[in-house]
Design a protein. Structure first.
Length: 328
């Protein structure tokens, strides 16, 4: 990296670096003590994980400029005072969007984000293959602070439920195309509705509140050309972490972790059950075989049963038998 003069001077000055760090810590302290943030977090924590009171609290926060403007003003002033200031919160980056996590509670997150008009145009014009229409599985509220003269297309799909399968996923359908305005509030149930930014004259600045309460277990994508099912992934962070841990235990050949694999084979989410089965087969096929037979016979999800039956046939040369208890 070739440093500019200002960055080189800052990098060589420990006192200035310490002052920047102190400024970041001070902004963090003041953000957490803002009455509007404290009130929102209190209401979220007292909502008992219920979607409606969570969304009501988020809606009030997003709708009222006086509630979130002090947060923006704090960070803006700090950045003007010190060009090396970095907001004291987690960030999220993609090819189109950059966001800061303003509120981070187990049942509600609020992001301040910018969607790049140039990035949106480049993605749409540069795509040679099919793109996707995403349904997040979560309920969200958007407040467009600067709408950038954006045009959205709104889409609907069969509701994503715990018994979701590719075979019954159906197709998504176009609902409408419309412009959004500065200050507009858009509520979206990601279990059945999604949107695509078709066009933006300038960068879009928005707040997004999202809750996992009452969410679908999966985020689903549909092909924008055929409108048919394109893929799905877990919408639950805990499930994703568990799957990662199971894979790591298998890679490390932790034979002593087999009881945990057996526990996860009975997990509520069908994709967690199948992931646990795949990893246990790779870890210890002999120990996994009785569970695989039971899964092929009686797992509640049809695609898991079918996958287990195919595995029995392909790798063990036996047809699916009746339900066999899985030893713990």
């Amino acid at each position: 990296m070739i440093q500019g003069q200002a960055l080189a001077a800052w990098s060589a000055d420990e006192e200035r670096q310490a002052a920047t760090l102190a400024g970041v810590e001070e902004v963090h302290r003041r953000l957490r003590s803002l009455p509007s943030i404290a009130e929102l977090e209190r209401r979220v924590d007292s909502a008992d994980g219920l979607a409606e009171p969570l969304l009501a609290a988020a809606r009030e926060f997003l709708r009222c400029d006086e509630k979130f403007q002090p947060c923006l003003e704090l960070m803006t002033k700090a950045a003007l005072d010190d060009p090396f200031f970095r907001p004291p919160m987690r960030s999220a980056l993609s090819e189109i969007q950059a966001g800061l996590l303003i509120v981070d509670r187990p049942f509600l997150s609020v992001y301040l984000s910018i969607a790049s008009a140039a990035g949106i145009a480049e993605k749409r014009l540069g795509h040679t293959g099919p793109s996707s229409i995403a349904f997040t599985g979560r309920r969200s509220i958007y407040r467009f602070l600067r709408a950038g003269q954006a045009i959205l297309s709104l889409w609907e799909a069969p509701e994503i439920g715990p018994d979701f399968s590719a075979a019954t996923s159906g197709r998504c359908r176009f609902l409408e195309r419309r412009a959004v305005s500065d200050g507009e509030l858009l509520e979206l149930d990601g279990r059945r509705h999604g949107f695509v930014i078709e066009y933006a004259q300038s960068d879009i600045v928005y707040l997004q509140a999202s809750t996992p309460a009452g969410s679908a277990p999966l985020a689903v994508e549909y092909d924008s050309r055929t409108l048919g099912f394109a893929g799905a992934s877990s919408s639950d962070e805990l499930s994703s972490r568990i799957q990662l841990m199971l894979s790591l235990l298998r890679i490390l050949d932790r034979q002593d972790s087999a009881p945990f694999f057996h526990e996860m084979i009975a997990a509520p989410n069908f994709f967690d059950r199948w992931h646990a089965m795949r990893e246990l087969l790779a870890l210890d096929a002999d120990r996994a075989l009785p569970c695989l037979r039971g899964m092929a016979a009686s797992d509640p999800h049809p695609e898991v049963r079918a996958a287990a039956r195919s595995t029995l046939d392909l790798f063990f040369g036996e047809p699916a038998a009746g339900a066999v208890p899985c030893p713990a």
